[in-house]
Every structure is written in structure tokens, then in C-alpha cells.
Design a protein around this ligand. Structure first.
Ligand code: ASP
Length: 342
């Protein structure tokens, strides 16, 4: 019998003998710059520093790239104030929090993800274990939870008092044909809150990796899986090129293979910024043009050379999407572009 780890190793060793073929077929990748570590997240000032600080602390000391992005992703996952990721994320239509997360390592194209996992505060850490401790990529629902328990994670209630109240308000105002009666002074705006976080990192050696983690679309149908745990949709990383992550309407990222598309655009010479904009345009085109689009996606990118990009589909005038980065030049918030003004 072939030992699985040896088999996987021998496959990657084979890959090492084919670089000329890969690059001639797939276009010219960006040159990497060594000793230029960068960590990026898809948030601005408010969350950026808090999220990136632990990751940057590891990267600047030349620590593990995967530890760096995991620790940064864990910040929002563990913080109940963020109602779109991890503990304190908004629940599905039945009031149950179901989380999605993925991780991808650029140097070996290894990846792992969990979807619809319940009761575990840090799904990105479970996704990393799927990547490192199984021969699979994707675990879902009860199987993902059992796997987390096997590795010592604890099942906890992920619904906070705040998110329970928001959910009850939504549920009571959902229909006048059911028997729920909201309090007299209560009405719900009907707005579906969205959110997710992408954390992308580049280390001193020029290796690149990323995480996407979310509680997904609020009030989703139980069992719905968004783009975040789907490799190529909510996250894609290629060490030769860079990394792309997405937030926003997951169904659109899935049917455009948006993050994979972004990486391929960079492989073919687009800058990270141009690649993000091009992915947004592709999604708008697929939907039949700007007048047909009533949702948003935000794409973030980190090139192999440390260059970054960010674009979204639609925003209010002047409310450009933001990313935060931490590098040797310090902490920085960068404004991206958007296609359609609302
Ligand atoms: N992309 C996430 C999903 O569709 C949600 C979001 O980022 O708003 O599950």
C-alpha cells in the first residue's frame, strides 16, 4: 500500500519538475519580492488594526504565514461585536448560526474548508486542520463539527443576546400571514446584513496564503453554502501570482468563479487593482448590465510583489470600499474603486 503522505509528497515533487511548462502555458507571473511581508484584510480603519496586529506580529518576526493569517482571522471570529463572522454572527432563518470558512496555501496549492458548521467559534482554524490533517478539502455540517470535536474544539452557543434579538425582530416582522406578533413599536428595515472577512498574507520568502471566513447571508435557508468555503469562489491563492478574496453576494462569486478569475487575470498581466475591477465587471455582465444588479460584491487582491487592490460593484457616492494592510511601512488603509453609484 502506498503511504498517503508519501504519495502526496511525490505528487508535489513531480510538480517541481514542471515549472517551465506551467509558466509557458499559464502566462508570465509577477516577479516576487523577498523580504517584503504584507498582511491584508478586507476591512477599513475600524477593524483593520485590531485584525491585522496579531498576524503582522508573527509575519514581521518571520514566523509562520499560516499562523499569521489564522490568528488575524480569529480576531473577528471571536469578537461578538462583528455580526457577520464567527461567534455573534447573524443566524439562518431558524435562528441557528451556521459558519463557512476556507484557507488556501499558495506554495503547495493545499486548501481546506468547512461549511455550515455549527457551534464552533473559529471555523477558519477548523478549515486549516482539514487542510493539514486530512486528505480532503471540504467538510460540511455535522461532519465538520465532529471533525472539530475530534481535534478538541468545544461546542458553544454562537448566538449572542444581540443577534438573538435582531433575529427575533426579523422573524416577527417577516409576514402578516403567520402568528408572530411584533411589539407595537417594532419594525424591521428588511435589509439583509452581509459581511465576511478575507485575510491575505505574503511572507519574507514570497509565499502567499489566504483565509475567508463568514457567518454568511443573514436569514439564509438552513444548509445554504456561500462562496466563502468554496475554493475559487470566495478565495483563491497561487504562489506564482497572488491571492484574491471576496465578500458580498456569494452566489455571484460562485457562478463567476470570481476569486480564481481574479488570480488568472493577474497571471495574465493585470495589476491587483485592475483584476478586482475586471471581476466586478464580469459579474455585472453576467447579470445583464448595471441596471440589473441590485447586490454587491467586494473583491480584494494581493499580488506576489506586495501590490494590493480592492473594488466593489456598487456603493453610495464617495463610499469607496476599503482594505487595510500592515507591512514594513506600517499600518495603512487604502480606498478601492466601485463600478456603479447608488
Ligand atoms: N459572501 C458571503 C456569503 O455569501 C456573505 C457576505 O460576504 O456578505 O455567504
Amino acid at each position: 500500500m502506498i503511504d498517503r503522505r508519501k504519495f502526496i509528497k511525490s505528487i508535489s515533487a513531480l510538480g517541481l519538475s514542471l515549472p517551465a511548462l506551467n509558466s509557458s502555458l499559464l502566462g508570465k507571473p509577477n516577479a516576487s519580492i523577498k523580504n517584503n511581508p504584507v498582511i491584508l484584510c478586507s476591512r477599513g480603519e475600524k477593524w483593520g488594526k485590531k485584525v491585522l496586529r496579531p498576524g503582522w506580529d508573527i509575519l514581521r518576526k518571520n514566523g509562520s504565514l499560516l499562523d499569521a493569517i489564522e490568528l488575524s482571522a480569529n480576531v473577528t471570529e471571536l469578537d461578538p461585536e462583528d455580526t457577520s463572522v464567527g461567534y455573534g454572527g447573524l443566524p439562518n432563518m431558524n435562528g441557528v448560526v451556521q459558519l463557512d470558512a476556507s484557507i488556501m496555501n499558495g506554495s503547495d496549492h493545499n486548501c481546506g474548508s468547512v461549511a455550515c458548521i455549527e457551534g464552533i467559534k473559529t471555523p477558519s482554524s477548523v478549515a486549516r486542520l482539514v487542510m493539514e490533517r486530512t486528505d480532503h478539502i471540504h467538510l460540511v455540517g455535522k461532519g465538520a463539527q465532529d471533525f472539530a470535536l475530534m481535534h478538541g474544539f468545544k461546542i458553544e452557543n454562537l448566538l449572542t443576546e444581540n443577534t438573538r434579538k435582531i433575529w427575533v425582530k426579523w422573524r416577527e416582522n417577516l409576514s402578516d400571514k403567520d402568528d408572530y406578533l411584533p411589539p407595537l413599536n417594532s419594525n424591521d428595515s428588511g435589509k439583509r446584513t452581509t459581511g465576511t472577512i478575507n485575510v491575505l498574507g505574503l511572507n519574507n520568502d514570497g509565499d502567499i496564503a489566504g483565509i475567508t471566513t463568514t457567518s454568511g447571508l443573514a436569514w439564509k435557508i438552513p444548509g445554504r453554502i456561500g462562496d466563502s468555503p468554496i475554493i475559487g469562489a470566495g478565495l483563491y491563492v497561487d504562489n506564482e501570482v497572488g491571492a484574491v478574496g471576496a465578500t458580498g453576494r456569494g452566489e455571484e462569486m460562485i457562478r463567476s468563479c470570481g476569486s480564481f478569475l481574479g488570480v488568472e487575470l493577474m497571471r495574465n498581466g493585470k495589476s491587483p487593482q485592475e483584476a478586482c475591477e475586471e471581476v466586478c465587471k464580469r459579474i455585472v455582465d453576467i447579470n445583464g448590465g448595471p441596471s440589473k444588479v441590485n447586490f454587491n460584491d467586494k473583491i480584494v487582491a494581493l499580488g506576489k510583489n506586495g501590490e494590493v487592490g480592492c473594488a466593489s460593484i456598487r456603493e453610495k457616492k464617495g463610499q469607496n470600499p476599503e482594505i487595510a494592510t500592515w507591512s514594513k511601512k506600517g499600518f495603512k488603509v487604502t480606498k478601492g474603486t466601485y463600478l456603479i453609484e447608488i
